[in-house]
Ligand binder design. Structure first.
Ligand SMILES: *Cc1c(COP(=O)(O)O)cnc(C)c1O
Length: 448
């Protein structure tokens, strides 16, 4: 298992003030006076240090981390190999711009991604700064490769907050509300959502349903790309029924439509595979990665079939900071950490520990309608026990109670009624059990 930096916080939950403590409250007051209110925070708690499975705040409270900064610090914040690689790189040079005088780190990251992404075909990669920027570029590339303009995204999708990615994202509040008009030629298809679809709609039936909408309302001759998260992130950790993704892949291939897997949240060992597409043997034409790629340094990538990726003309792709040398050094160290420390297996072990616990919680509490996810990307969907209507108030209340007890937990879902668990893969079993004990107690306290 990965070593935790010796200088990092103790790997124990430890509360020395109420949450938030006085230093965090003072910083929140400065935040409110200095920062646009559009930037929200899950917790009013300011971080001082983080490593392994914990975040230490500025008041000295040590919190159990079930968020990883939204699936980013998968190898643990400040992972030792990342510290060394970034320290060395920062002394050599911080930036030259890859489009001016290129450097090896960028090439090495692209080579690693081309090997790691599903499929044995020849691939190319290009690097960017954020998931949204990479998604935008994946669409540019698909349009250049097909000469078509339409793009299909799915219900509950989240692809980012830039103009084109707002159009791809499903949820209006808070992501799109008041920010239109949005990019044209974006269409939406129904997802496979087993908990809501019920047992009668299997993956293939759900795919037929989606393809029928696309055929009738878009037409495959107009369609450049279909973009999908193999497990939806912000939209509610929805795992499509088996067969859904392979059927979409087959349809895309038969119609010359580029299948883009948005693996920004699911990538880099998070789900117990390097990429979540692998669970069903799906080979996307283009794969978008970010979040877990570089242990928190800003980096994102588009990796795909050479003939598709090379369709964009020279000079058509890039950006001042894309593939920054510090971020590339961090990415190489992150990938080494995943492979050398067996973190894909660790994600599966976390699933094996957490899923039975969450299932027992569901069996004892009808407000937990569904337990789902893969690896260390797990969630519970909270509902009204009689109507199965989404219960966002309960999700908020459980999350707040957990926060007050020193457990960082995030809410997601189109209806805001899903508690999601994204621990760093370096978290100990003890901390995981303790966090679920806190959550169980919160559910019990909130029983009406
Ligand atoms: C977070 C996320 C994005 C956007 O990434 P940013 O780096 O925040 O721009 C896109 N797609 C998915 C699936 C995500 O989870």
């Amino acid at each position: 298992m990965t070593a935790i930096p010796d200088t990092g916080p103790h790997q124990n939950r430890h509360l020395v003030t109420e949450i938030p403590g006085p230093r965090s409250r003072a910083l929140m007051a400065r935040k409110e006076a200095a920062i646009a209110r559009g930037v929200g925070t899950t917790m009013p708690v300011f971080a001082a240090r983080a490593a392994g499975g914990v975040v230490e705040d500025v008041d000295g409270n040590v919190l159990i981390d079930l968020g990883s900064g939204i699936a980013v610090t998968t190898v643990g914040a400040s992972a030792p190999r990342v510290i060394d690689a970034v320290e060395q790189q920062v002394r050599e040079f911080t930036h030259t711009c890859f489009m001016v005088t290129p450097y090896e780190g960028y090439v090495a990251v692209a080579e690693r991604l081309n090997r790691l992404a599903p499929g044995t075909h020849e691939k190319r990669s290009v690097l960017f700064n954020s998931g949204a920027e990479a998604v935008e570029n994946a669409v540019k590339i698909a349009r250049a490769a097909t000469g078509r303009s339409a793009v299909v995204a799915f219900d509950h999708a989240y692809h980012g907050r830039t103009n084109l990615t707002m159009a791809l994202t499903a949820k209006a509040m808070p992501y799109k509300h008041g920010f239109g008009p949005f990019a044209p030629e974006v269409y939406r298809a129904p997802l496979s959502y087993p908990f809501r679809d019920g047992p009668d709609v299997d993956g293939e039936e759900a795919a037929r349903r989606a393809i029928d909408v696309i055929d009738k309302q878009v037409g495959s001759d107009n369609l450049a790309a279909l973009i999908i998260e193999p497990i939806q992130g912000e939209g509610g950790f929805i795992v499509p029924a088996p067969g859904f993704l392979p059927a979409l892949q087959q349809w895309c291939r038969s119609r010359g439509v580029v299948l883009i897997a948005d693996e920004v949240q699911t990538g880099f060992a998070r789900t117990g595979a390097m990429f979540a597409s692998e669970h069903e043997g799906v080979v996307p034409d283009v794969l978008v990665s970010a979040k877990g790629i570089a242990d928190g340094l800003p980096l994102a990538a588009v990796t795909g079939r050479a003939e598709i990726m090379d369709a964009a003309h020279a000079g058509g792709l890039g950006g001042t900071y894309g593939g920054n040398p510090l971020a590339c050094a961090a990415a190489l160290a992150t990938i080494d950490t995943i492979t050398e420390d067996g973190l894909i297996q660790r994600a599966r072990d976390i699933e094996a520990l957490a899923l039975p616990r969450l299932s027992r919680m569901r069996d004892a509490d009808p407000r937990i309608g569904d337990v789902r996810g893969r690896g260390a990307m797990l969630a519970v969907e909270l509902v009204d026990p009689t109507t199965a209507a989404p219960d966002p108030e309960l999700a908020r209340a459980v999350a707040s109670a957990a926060h007050a007890q020193g457990v960082i937990v995030l809410v997601c879902g189109t209806h805001g009624n899903v508690l999601r668990f994204l621990p760093p893969l370096t978290i100990s079993d003890e901390l995981l059990h303790e966090a679920f004990d806190v959550l169980s107690a919160a559910f019990a306290d909130l029983r009406s």
